[in-house]
Design a protein around this ligand. Structure first.
Ligand code: XMP
Length: 340
C-alpha cells in the first residue's frame, strides 16, 4: 500500500525532526492506540524510545506476556514491565462501588507511571552506565487519536451526567515536565489500524475489540479479588477463542469479527449444580456480545446457539469454580455495554 508507506515515511521523518537525539517515554497499555504509537516511534528513533507497561493485574489471559513478546521479542523495543498487581489488588480490597473502583485504578495507574517516568527522566545531563551514554527522557509520547482530540474539546463538557468516568491522563506531560509527542493525532481509528498493520503489528492485535482501561476491574461485579480475576480470565479466553473459531457461513466472517465487543462478566454469586454424583455450589458468569457502530447505542448480538452451547460447555467443564453460564440479552440503552 503506497499511500500508507508514504505516510509512514513522512511520520517517521517528522518524529526524527521533532525529537532529534532526545529520549522518549511511552505508556504502553496493550491497546491499539498506544501499540501503534509505540511501533511508529520505535521505527523512527529505535532505542531512544522506552516504553513503560504497567500491569495492573486486571488484564486478560496471557496479555502481559503477549505484549512483551510483541514489543521486545519481535520489534526489539525497550519495554519496562511493571508488575503492580499486588498494589492494585491491595487498594481494591473491600471496594465494590464501580466509580470508586475506576478512580482507584485510574489514580494508581497514573502514580505508578509517574514513578517510572521520574526514574527515566533526566536533567538533560549526560551520564554513563555500562559504557552506554544515557540521557534522561524529555518527551512523553501518547497514542492520542483524532476522536480523542475532538472529545476533549467542547463536546464532552456539554455532557450533563457522567455515566462512567474513563481514565484521564490529561495533564500528565505538564506534571512530569515533559514535552508531548502525539504522532497519531490526525488519524481516525481505521487509519490507526491500517498503520499498525503496515508497521508489522499482527492484525489480530490491531483489530482487537476495545478493552476498558480498568480492565477486568469493571468486569468483576463488586469487590475485585484475585481468585475471581483468575476464573474470569480463563472463562473469557474460552469465549473469545470460540468466537474466533466460529465462521458465519453467510458472510464468511468469524463471530469475533461480526461483533463489536464481546467479553465475559464475573458474577460473585453462587448457584447450585450437579456434576457426576455430586452437588456443586459455584460461581456464575455472563457472556456479553454486542454489535454497534459508535458504542453509544448497541444491540446484543444474535450469536448462533451452537456457539453458545460450545462456549458454556467448555467453560463449565474446563473452569472448575464456575458451574453456570448465562447470556446477556440487554441492549444499550437502557443497559450499558459493560456491567459496571
Ligand atoms: P458502556 O459500558 O458505557 O461502554 O456502554 C461504552 C464503551 O466504553 C468502554 N468503557 C470504558 N473504557 N475506561 C475505558 O477506557 C472505562 O472506565 C470504561 N468503561 C466503559 C466499554 O468497554 C465500551 O467499549
Amino acid at each position: 500500500d503506497w499511500v500508507m508507506r508514504d505516510h509512514i515515511a513522512e511520520a517517521v521523518e517528522q518524529i526524527r525532526q521533532q525529537v532529534g537525539d532526545e529520549e522518549v517515554i511511552l505508556g504502553l497499555s496493550g491497546g491499539v492506540d498506544s501499540s501503534v504509537a509505540a511501533a511508529l516511534i520505535h521505527r523512527a528513533i529505535g532505542d531512544q524510545l522506552t516504553c513503560v507497561f504497567v500491569d495492573h493485574g486486571l488484564l486478560r489471559l496471557n496479555e502481559g506476556d503477549m505484549v512483551m513478546d510483541m514489543f521486545v521479542g519481535k520489534l526489539h523495543a525497550k519495554v519496562i514491565r511493571v508488575d503492580a498487581s499486588d498494589l492494585f489488588l491491595g487498594k481494591l480490597a473491600g471496594v465494590s462501588e464501580p466509580e470508586q473502583k475506576r478512580k482507584i485504578i485510574g489514580g494508581l495507574f497514573v502514580d505508578v507511571f509517574k514513578q517510572e517516568a521520574a526514574k527515566l527522566k533526566g536533567d538533560g545531563a549526560k551520564g554513563e552506565t555500562g559504557g552506554r551514554t544515557v540521557k534522561g527522557a524529555t518527551w512523553l509520547a501518547q497514542g492520542t487519536i483524532y476522536p480523542d482530540v475532538i472529545e476533549s474539546g467542547g463536546a464532552k463538557s456539554k455532557k450533563a451526567v457522567t455515566i462512567k468516568s474513563h481514565h484521564n491522563v490529561g495533564g500528565l506531560p505538564e506534571q512530569l515536565g515533559l514535552k508531548l509527542l502525539e504522532p497519531l493525532r490526525d488519524l481516525f481509528k481505521d487509519e490507526v489500524r491500517e498503520l499498525g498493520v503496515a508497521l508489522g503489528l499482527p492484525p489480530e492485535m490491531v483489530y482487537r475489540h476495545p478493552f476498558p482501561g480498568p480492565g477486568l476491574g469493571v468486569r468483576i461485579l463488586g469487590e475485585v479479588k484475585k481468585e475471581y480475576a483468575d476464573l474470569l480470565r480463563r472463562a473469557d479466553a474460552i469465549f473469545i477463542e470460540e468466537l474466533r473459531n466460529h465462521v458465519d457461513e453467510a458472510t464468511g466472517k468469524t463471530w469475533y469479527d461480526l461483533t463489536s465487543q464481546a467479553f465475559t462478566v464475573f458474577l460473585p454469586v453462587k448457584s447450585v449444580g450437579v456434576m457426576g454424583d455430586g452437588r456443586t455450589y459455584d460461581y456464575v458468569v455472563a457472556l456479553r456480545a454486542v454489535q454497534t457502530s459508535d458504542f453509544m447505542t448497541a444491540d446484543w448480538a444474535e450469536l448462533p446457539y451452537a456457539l453458545l452451547k460450545k462456549v458454556s460447555g467448555r467453560i463449565i467443564n474446563e473452569v472448575r469454580g464456575i458451574n453456570r453460564v448465562t447470556y446477556d440479552v440487554s441492549s444499550k440503552p437502557p443497559a450499558t455495554i459493560e456491567w459496571e
